[in-house]
Design a protein around this ligand. Structure first.
Ligand code: THU
Length: 129
């Protein structure tokens, strides 16, 4: 199985741990670092809806909070026939931590691969110290 398909399968597995009692829409994500470590994430909702965090951000924040900022790919999976594209806030977070990376989407039968720059062109950036 190729690397992208494998990462997508891991995102599908992570989806099982989604906490989505309000929307019923479960999402999984798998973030791969350049040293081969995979961090999984699933969406975590809250009765105060604004406190909800998407699967992609959970996976990325798990990696970054364990000193792994070198993320090269992130796969995203839900269980719809449509591909689940990352929301705007997640695109901004993806742009922060993996601007040169790739986003892998699957719908169960097909895999699509995008450069981050295709899904978030001209992302907001500040100069770093
Ligand atoms: N969601 C994600 O986890 N990732 C996305 O890319 C889109 C949306 C979640 C947030 C919320 O828990 C549910 O899907 C419905 O919006």
């Amino acid at each position: 199985m190729d690397e992208n398909k494998k990462l997508y399968e891991m995102a599908l597995k992570a989806r099982e741990f989604a906490y989505a009692p309000y929307s019923g829409f479960k999402v999984g994500a798998a973030a791969l670092t350049n040293d081969g470590i995979v961090f999984l994430g699933s969406n975590i909702e809250n009765s105060s809806y604004g406190a909800t965090v998407c699967a992609e951000r959970v996976a990325i924040f798990k990696a970054v909070s364990e000193a792994k900022k070198n993320i090269v790919k992130i796969a995203i999976a839900s269980d719809t026939e449509d591909f689940t594209y990352p929301c705007g806030i997640c695109r901004q977070v993806i742009n922060e931590f993996m601007p040169e990376g790739e986003i892998i989407l699957g719908n169960g039968s097909e895999i699509k691969v995008y450069k981050v720059s295709e899904l978030i062109p001209h992302g907001f950036e500040l100069k770093k110290d």
